[in-house]
Design a protein. Structure first.
Length: 402
């Protein structure tokens, strides 16, 4: 057989392999499918009207409030929840704590997909998405613009996260030589990814430094970039706990019998890290509050809302994480993780939407179409995530270390 025939045969085998892998697996009539499929279909219809008739046909945005739910939830909040990827890779590959190696791939996968879908969702929120390349070339913004930096950080981090996960793709495709080569790039890409994460997590907060007159004083501070970075650490750890708990139920057939016991040990370690980080974040917020002498701002509804966020969804879950770690109570830790994620959601939405233009007579409230499209982005991400996990060596603890 000549070389041309070998190439055609190899391509044919590769094509048949992909077709086989694209076939659905498992039952279709599940609660998640029943809920997600109709929402995705409605979301696609809404996006049709959005691109045909313009952004204003489906959103309640205005010149006074140009950034709404799609940025506040999908980007500003979603990126924080993906923080577990750079935290875990730092712990495993830089600090050499091998105990967390079994969750590296699924955590990196979640981070990569979160950035891909949430950063990609920005194109839905641009009035003229075909000019989406402008921030990358500094056009109309300048090379010193925060948007210029964030866009490049996002792009480079997505590339780094993909390279970190790529050995799993190579194993799936049975490309052993490619796997070894990609594995050799892991440490360098991890260091690059950590550096980029430090920059863009804080960079998102830096965007709001310019909105001092629009954000309620209880939420605005010149230290917002640091707060965004610190909160992304415990948000990522809490997301790993919640996501891992769900994965151990949904994907239990893809795990080894002893994975449940090892995961509980991992949860305890994650709880310790989350508790420490949340206490740091809480005391930082308290110091800023005291230094700025903001006691009189607690006398209205915004003040009570602030206390609910900081005490109810930061201090209390931090104490619960510490209690759960000390007494080895995984149940308490999981509840604390959910509360911590709610706290992150509240904080990011407070800064970007709820407490933005807080003094205005007419406030922004997302349209029902905005809610549906946000849910569509999340559900599509989960569908792709599930497809990858059920086909690639993501959850197996005996995969070759990369």
């Amino acid at each position: 057989m000549n070389k041309e025939a070998v190439v055609y045969a190899s391509f044919g085998n590769f094509f048949r392999f992909l077709i086989q892998e694209m076939k659905p697996r498992g039952p279709w009539f599940t609660p998640f499918n029943v809920i997600s499929i109709p929402i995705i279909l409605i979301g696609v219809i809404i996006l049709y009207f959005r691109f045909v008739y313009g952004l204003g046909s489906v959103v309640n945005l205005s010149q006074e409030v140009p950034w709404g739910l799609w940025k506040g939830l999908n980007v500003v909040t979603g990126v924080a929840l993906a923080g577990g990827a750079y935290v875990i890779t730092f712990v495993v590959y830089v600090m050499k704590v091998d105990k967390y190696h079994s969750i590296v791939r699924i955590t990196v996968l979640n981070g990569f997909m979160a950035y891909t879908f949430y950063a990609g969702a920005l194109l839905l929120d641009l009035g003229r998405p075909w000019f989406g390349y402008n921030p990358y070339i500094g056009n109309s913004f300048g090379f010193s613009s925060i948007l210029f930096l964030i866009c490049w950080h996002f792009l480079l981090y997505m590339l780094a996260a993909f390279i970190e996960f790529s050995p799993a793709v190579a194993e799936w495709m049975h490309w052993e030589k490619a796997r070894k080569f990609l594995a050799s790039l892991t440490l360098a890409t991890v260091i690059l990814g950590i550096t980029l994460s430090l920059l863009h997590q804080s960079g998102l907060g830096a965007l709001y430094l310019m909105a001092k007159t629009k954000i309620h004083p209880l939420w605005w501070s010149e230290f917002i970039p640091i707060q965004f970075f610190v909160s992304s650490v415990y948000a990522g750890l809490a997301m790993i706990i919640v996501e891992g708990t769900i994965s151990h139920r949904v994907f239990k057939n893809f795990m080894e019998p002893n994975s449940h016991r090892s995961f509980e040990d991992i949860v305890l370690g994650l709880a310790k890290g989350a508790a420490i980080t949340m206490f740091v974040y809480y005391f930082f917020k308290a110091l800023l509050f005291i230094h700025e002498k903001q006691w009189e701002l607690l006398n209205d509804g915004f003040g009570l809302w602030f206390l609910l966020e900081v005490i109810g969804f930061v201090l209390i879950p931090a104490l619960m994480f510490a209690f759960g770690f000390k007494h080895k109570s995984v149940k308490v830790i999981k509840i604390a993780a959910v509360m911590a994620l709610i706290g992150i959601l509240l904080n990011r939405l407070n800064i970007s939407i709820i407490c933005f233009n807080w003094y205005a007579d007419v406030r922004y409230f997302p349209s029902w179409q905005e809610f549906i499209v946000s849910m569509t982005v999340v559900f599509v991400q989960i569908w792709v995530f599930r497809w990858v996990v059920t086909r690639m060596p993501v959850l197996s603890s005996n995969h070759q270390h990369t």
